[in-house]
Design a protein around this ligand. Structure first.
Ligand code: NCD
Length: 316
């Protein structure tokens, strides 16, 4: 049997430095896990902790499932009842984790690039960091599971037409996905409210009108309207849920206009009847359920890459 190249990384915090080969190798590894494959047996325990300072249902559960499937020892951490409430910094929390013997931290935090201090530390800190979402910055694991879901359906990214629609400025999913899709040769289009679009995204794709682009694309990537990141944003009040749905959402009418083989993706949580009609969440073209399933296997591949990169668990 042909052995795949396995990816090794010290941390997994951004997607921009991944090579095409690494992306495909991670997807293949995740597919191997999905088919029931298991990782090399760990001969020493690997300790991992999930530090979620922002709310999460699927990412947190999915990481924990991936960790347990890999045979890691999961050290519980509850941000709401931690010393963070007494003013402890993220660096200090990480130092505690390191000092007590945690090997890898999976972190979600509202501060963009919170990880810079942790991956370039000046002191004793030496713990692997996997980014489970930083503010409106990056969301590598959602991005990688999205790439896996697209690859499973189309087998390639070259010239695939992908529309990323919605609150692009505030979405970390959009940032990671536009970077990787572009790198992998897909043609990226953006649509949605213009004031949640920034010119700086032009280097990854083309801002277009939703009804012009929809009948042409292979993949429709919907984004949640990020209400929690709109404090002080005058546009938040611009339209009601109904108006958003009419202008930028996918309902029955737009669904019917999609190409035969096209798919719809949404990272969740969905604002029902806003980005996507409630009736279409589990429609045939919707990958919503598959994305959540794939999330476990992709996160196994990502965690394994960090285990290898740090030579943990007796793996060489
Ligand atoms: C995303 C996130 O947290 O960025 N959710 C997720 O992890 N699946 C998307 C979102 O919250 O809109």
């Amino acid at each position: 049997m042909k052995t795949l190249n396995l990816v090794s990384l010290k941390h997994f915090v951004e997607v921009k430095d991944l090579t095409q080969e690494e992306i495909i190798a991670l997807i293949k590894r995740a597919e191997f896990f999905k088919k029931g494959g298991s990782c090399q047996k760990l001969t020493q325990p690997v300790y991992i902790s999930n530090l979620f300072f922002e709310d999460s249902s699927r990412t947190h559960t999915s990481f924990e499932m991936a960790e347990r499937k890999l045979g890691l020892t999961v050290i519980p951490f509850d941000a709401k009842h931690s010393s963070v409430n007494k003013g402890e910094t993220l660096y200090d929390t990480s130092l505690i984790m390191d000092a007590v013997g945690v090997d890898i931290e999976v972190i979600r935090h509202s501060q963009n690039e919170y990880y810079q201090d942790l991956i370039h530390p000046k002191g004793n800190l030496n713990v692997g960091i996997i980014n489970a979402g930083d503010g409106s910055g990056q969301h590598p694991s959602q991005c990688m599971l999205d790439m896996m879901t697209i690859y499973e359906k189309f087998g390639s990214f070259q010239d695939l037409k992908v529309a990323i629609i919605g609150d692009i400025t505030n979405s970390r999913v959009a940032k990671s996905n536009m970077e990787l899709l572009n790198k992998l040769g897909a043609q990226v289009y953006f649509a949605g409210p213009e004031y949640w679009y920034d010119k700086k995204f032009d280097k990854y794709g083309k801002y277009s009108q939703i009804d012009e682009i929809l009948p042409q694309v292979d993949v429709v990537m919907l984004l949640r309207v990020q209400h929690e990141r709109h404090q002080g944003d005058a546009h938040e009040e611009k339209f009601s849920a109904n108006q958003y749905h009419e202008k930028y959402g996918i309902g029955e009418k737009r669904y019917k206009k999609l190409k035969k083989g096209a798919i719809i993706m949404h990272p969740g949580p969905i604002n029902h009847d806003v980005e996507l009609s409630n009736k279409l969440v589990e429609a045939p073209k919707s990958m919503f359920y598959k994305q959540m399933q794939n999330g476990v296997f992709m996160r196994m591949a990502m965690i394994e890459a960090v285990i290898r990169g740090r030579k943990l668990g007796g793996i060489r």
